[in-house]
Design a binder for this molecule. Structure first.
Ligand code: GTP
Ligand code: MG
Length: 360
């Protein structure tokens, strides 16, 4: 299919994204991210390669992958109440005894609702400057909750999120926030959204909306229900085992432990001892902590985890995957580094050209 990304092709072929990446690199390609679009030729080559070399284990085609919890990213214009919403969710999790250690990432955490299930939430900043972070966030997630403050309405970064979601083909749920304020008028927001092509349920469309007050904790249960309903319709599945894939949420340097990375695992299982790659950085997982901050041997899909063992600090938003050994990791990170290097060279030679022009 034209414009198919590496991830989509791998999923269609029923192979692991990591294997697709490896094959592409072997073929002399330089994939940057799993969202890179493939040309028909390359896609065909890849399929041929697998057609010839890979035999699926018996019965594997009929084997269904396990259901997994949704990974939900909270997005929206600056100050519309994203972090307040997550704080509320977190506080209810604290009350429910879910949040434990102090290592819990600021930007990502899990909620577990006894009857409903688990949701993995990720916060993003609304400030204009973080557009690329939002773009990556939109791609890495299953569902976007778009927070819109009732008194402010649809704003520039609201529209930006709508565009990112559309480009990444990720469904959104609208949370009209600050409904506790006098004069809050959700209907006005709905019509603004319709103008931007978001067909909301109250106006006969299919995009769910929930009116909330993050500050007072009103309507949040409805929001969780909407998320889980959508997740159920999406029938999200992932292998529970096998090499993990995910992405880095944030990383910091600990004086004693070295680089500590918060990440979300999207599929497979990450284990202590695994060799992980994230962009130009890699390492061997020495300590693994789950969403409660407890040290564990492995974490499964749709989970928040903290990884100690990276040799250098990976950057937020990088995709993370497991490779067989150190030398594989080195060759991946080198390739990543040299790509960056060559980009820089191109840029600087352009600058030089430009300077040359100026001097002439
Ligand atoms: P950025 O991360 O900077 O993009 O902002 P944000 O979307 O995370 O907004 P944040 O949660 O920091 O809230 C911004 C302000 O709005 C704070 O002063 C909150 O107290 C206030 N606020 C958030 N939710 C509500 C709400 O439901 N009602 C009212 N009245 N105020 C709210
Ligand atoms: Mg915030």
């Amino acid at each position: 299919k034209p414009g198919m990304t590496i991830k989509e092709l791998a999923e269609t072929m029923g192979i692991r994204v990591v294997d697709a990446l490896k094959s592409l690199i072997k073929m002399g390609e330089e994939p940057k991210t799993i969202q890179d679009e493939l040309t028909i030729d390359i896609a065909e080559l890849l399929v041929l390669e697998y057609g010839m070399h890979v035999k699926l284990p018996e019965g594997s085609e009929s084997m269904k992958l396990d259901l997994r919890a949704p990974v939900v990213t909270i997005m929206g214009h600056v100050d519309h109440g994203k972090t307040t919403l997550l704080d509320y969710l977190r506080s209810t999790s604290v009350a429910a005894g879910e949040v434990g250690g102090i290592t819990q990432s600021i930007a990502a955490f899990e909620v577990h609702r006894p009857k409903l299930g688990k949701i993995c939430f990720i916060d993003t900043p609304g400030h204009q400057a973080f557009s690329s972070m939002r773009e990556r966030g939109a791609k890495a997630t299953d569902i976007i909750v778009l927070v819109i403050a009732a008194e402010d309405g649809v704003m520039p970064q609201t529209i930006e999120v709508i565009d990112h979601a559309r480009a990444a083909q990720v469904p959104i749920i609208i949370a009209v926030n600050k409904c506790d304020l006098p004069g809050a008028d959700p209907n006005m927001i709905y019509s603004q959204l319709m103008e931007h092509g978001v067909t909301v349920e109250p106006f006969g469309g299919d995009v769910q909306t929930v009116n909330i007050s993050a500050l007072r904790g009103q309507g949040i249960d409805k929001l969780e229900e909407a998320i889980l309903l959508l997740a159920e319709m999406m029938d999200l599945r992932a292998p529970r085992d096998g090499p993990a894939e995910g992405f880095i949420i944030e990383s910091r340097k600990d004086k004693a432990l070295g680089p500590v990375a918060s990440c979300v695992i999207t599929l497979g299982a990450l284990r202590v001892g695994d060799v992980v790659v994230a962009g130009a950085d890699w390492g061997r997982v020495k300590v693994l902590r789950d969403a409660k901050g407890e040290s564990v041997k492995f974490v499964g899909p749709s989970s928040v985890a903290e990884v100690v063992g990276f040799r250098s600090q990976p950057s937020a938003g990088q995709e993370l995957f497991v490779v067989e050994n150190d030398s594989k990791a080195e060759s991946y990170t080198e390739k990543f580094g040299s790509r960056k290097g060559s980009m820089k060279r191109i840029q600087s030679s352009k600058q030089e050209e430009h300077q040359g022009e100026l001097m002439e």
